[in-house]
Design a protein around this ligand. Sequence first.
Ligand SMILES: O=C1O[C@H](COP(=O)(O)O)[C@@H](O)[C@H](O)[C@H]1O
Length: 238
Amino acid sequence: MAIYTVELPPDVVAHGLADAERLAAAMAQQVAEVLRAAIDAHGRASLVVSGGRSPVAFFERLAEQALEWERVTVALADERWVPLGHPDSNAGLVQRHLLCGRAAPARFLGLYQPAESLEAAAQLADAALAELPLPIDVLVLGMGEDGHTASLFPGSPNLAAALEPECPHRCLAMLAPSVPHQRLTLTLPLLASARLSLLQIQGEAKLATLRAALAGEDARQMPIRAFLHSPLEIYWCP
Ligand SMILES: O=C1O[C@H](COP(=O)(O)O)[C@@H](O)[C@H](O)[C@H]1O
């Protein structure tokens, strides 16, 4: 199945899968192959994943993959500023669904930091991210129906700074106007440094968002626009 109704830039690869289970399995296989190749070449690999509802099945299939997980660092593209035990914690999601089974030995670099303010938490997360092996080998992005990706939200006060190609920060505080919780997000230069980026989307509504994003250029209106070019591969299913 292809993404027939969306005309993509020629340098963007599209994978259309019949359903969510097949999509999760195909993505997990590709990500595992890239991580294995990175370990063979450099002795280590880095994987940055997104949170939200979409990646659960992908995490579970990936955790079944045989690879030298103790050589893999897993980090988050974004986080809600809530502690690990909170149901909306992206770190909690990764702990429950990815860092288990074969993948349990992977090293996890979370973004949540208890601090006096969201800005102070972002500074602590920024410092902790110095430990992330660069460049990122695989980045897995999701996308909201407002065109946000990671926690780069349209209308958030720090959005322009986070989208600056020369942004000196690895992580910035972000506000999600449409959904609860203050956020922490990796900034564009760090996310864009990935050797391979995968965008996971499901359903007609997100396809319509992708179409709208491709029809314009201003990333401050739809931050996903900053990623719609090589080395992006899009995984979609109905
Ligand atoms: O808030 C978020 O939204 C996007 C999309 O989430 P989904 O629930 O529609 O899959 C996600 O990629 C991001 O990491 C998350 O924090």
